[in-house]
Design a protein around this ligand. Sequence first.
Ligand SMILES: *[C@@H]1O[C@H](CO)[C@@H](O)[C@H](O)[C@H]1NC(C)=O
Length: 601
Amino acid sequence: MVRLTIFAILLLSLVSVCLSEDDSDEAVVTEEIDDVVPDEEIVYVSPTPSGNTYLAEHFDDEGRFKQKWIVSEAKKDDMDEEISKYEGMWAIEPPQQDGLKGDQGLVLKSKAKHSAISARLDRPFVFADKPFIVQYEVAFQEGQDCGGAYLKLLSQSKQSSDLRKFNDKTPYTIMFGPDKCGTDVKLHFIFRHKNPNNGTMSEKHCKKPKDRVEEPYKDKRPHLYTLHLRPDNSFTVFLDQKIINEGNLLEDFTPPVNPPAEIEDPSDKKPEDWDEREKIADPEAKKPDDWDEDAPPMIPDESAVKPDGWLEDEPEMIPDPNAEKPDDWDTDMDGEWEAPLISNPACEGAPGCGPWKRPMINNPAHKGKWRPPLIDNPNYKGKWKPRRIPNPDFYEDLQPFKMTPISGLGFELWSMSNMILFDNIIVTDDPAVADKWAAETFSLKIRKLDKDSEGVVMRLVHYTNEHPWLWAVYVIVIGLPIVMLIVFCCGSTPEKAEMKRAADAKKTDAITPDYEDEDVVDDSRPLHKTSPASKSDLELPHNAASNKADGEHVSDGEAEHIDEEEDEDDDDDEPPPLQESIAEGAGDAPRSPKKVRPRKE
Ligand SMILES: *[C@@H]1O[C@H](CO)[C@@H](O)[C@H](O)[C@H]1NC(C)=O
C-alpha cells in the first residue's frame, strides 16, 4: 500500500496532474500506522527494589552516587609510571540516545586509560542456601573496538577494604560481563576458587556461550547482562533476558574445580629393556645373490641408432661471423673481445649437431639397497606409560558455589572506546527482584528507543500530510538519484535490446521495427497493438522512460496519457518482469516513477 502510494505520487508529481485521488490513499496509510502504534507515554520513575537486595543502583541521584561510589586512585603494579595510574574519568549522565526522562547512568569518559570505580555492598553477600544474582546494563554508546565492560564482584578481604586503592590485583570472587578486542568477543564469567588443601586461589573460566554475540558492541543500545548462580552449583547467563549460557560450576569450567583423583607417577621411568618396537627387521633374511646394489638407475639405450645426417663435426653454436668488435672496446679493461654465439646455420637442416649420445633409459637391473623384510617383534611390550598413582594434591570440593563472600563491586577497565554507559546494577538473592527491576528500567528503555525510532517515520508521515508539497521534495531528493542510477547503471540496454529483439524475431517471426523508432513513443503505438508479444515492445518503454528522465519527453502528453490509462488496469502487486529489473537496480527504494507498459498476454 505504501509503495503504491509513493509510486502514484511520484508519477503524478512529475506529470503535475491532480492529487485528489492520492490524498485518500495517504490518509489510509496514516490511519493504518496509527492503529498499529498507539500513542503511549512512557513514564520513567527511578525504581525502588521490591525485595531483598545487596546493592541496587540506578545512578539517577548524583548526590547519592557521590557518597556511595569511589573512584580509584591506585597505581597499577609493575608498570611504567606514565600509564600505571588509574586516572580514567567517570560521570553521571543521561544516555546519548533519547533516554527516559530522569534516567541517568554511569559513563566511562576516558579512552586508553586505566579506570576503576567501585562501591560497597549494603551488606556482604555470603554464599549459603540462596541464589546469587547480579544484573546490570551496558551500552557501548560509541561502539567498541577493544576493551571491556565487565563487573568485578570484590571478595571480602583486607585488600578490598579501602576502595580508593581498587586495582587489578584487588581480589574478586566473580568477574562477569562483556569484553572484546578486535574479533575476539567474550562474555566473561570467571570465579576464583579456593584450594581447600592449601588455600591458594585460582581462576576458573566458564565455557564459551553458545552464540558469539556481537550486536552489543555495534548497535550502541543498552544490553542487559544477568548471572544467576544457585546453591546446587548450576548457573545461567542471560543477555537481554535470553539464556545464552548455562551449566554447572563443577563441569563447565577450565581448569576444572576438582583435580583428577589419579595422576601419572612423575617418578616412574621407562625401564632400559622396555622394547617399544612393534616391528623389527627379519634377522633370518639374507640378501639374494643376484641382488646388485650398485646397478645404476639409468643406462644408455643400446638399441638407439644415430640418426642419418647427424653432423658430428659441426658445433651447435658458432661465433657470429657478422659481429664486430665495438669501437670503444678496451681490451685492458674489458678483456679479449669475443663475438657473441649464434646457432650454427649448418645445423638447420640436420637432425642434430655435435657429438651424438645414446639417450638414457631406466635400468631393469636397478634394485637399490637391499633391506630385510619387517616381522612382528617377539619382544614387543607395547607403548610404555608411567603408572598411575593417587593425586597427592587431590581434593573434592562439591560445593564450589560457596565462594568467598562478596563485599563490594566495581569496574576495573581499560577501553579504546569511551562513553560506555553502565546502569541499573542489582545484586540480589531473588530472581523475581532482578526481573522486576529490569521491567522498570531496561525494558522501559528499550520500549522508548523502539518507539522513538518508529516515531521518526510517523512524525514524517503526519507532517507531510499537512504539507503535501513535501511529497514533491521527496520525489526529487529520493526519486531523482534513483532514476539517475538506473540510467547510468542500465544505460547499456540498447545493445541488449538489439540482441533480444534479434533473438525474438527469429523465434516469433515478428516484424522487427527500426531501432530508431524506440525513441519516439508515438511511433511505437501501432507496433504495440500489432505485435504485442514482441520483446522489443518491452524494451521500448524502458528506453522511453530513460529519455524522459533526462527531460526530453516530459511534454509528450499523449505518451503520459497511455501510461496513466494502463495504471488503472495494472495490478501493482505483480509488476511486469521488466519493471522488476528496474526496481532491483534501486534496491528497496520506491519503485521507479517511470511506468513500464506491461506485456499484454
Ligand atoms: C597449592 O596446591 C596447588 C596444587 O593443588 C599448587 O599448584 C599450588 O602451588 C599450591 N600452593 C601453595 C602455596 O602451596
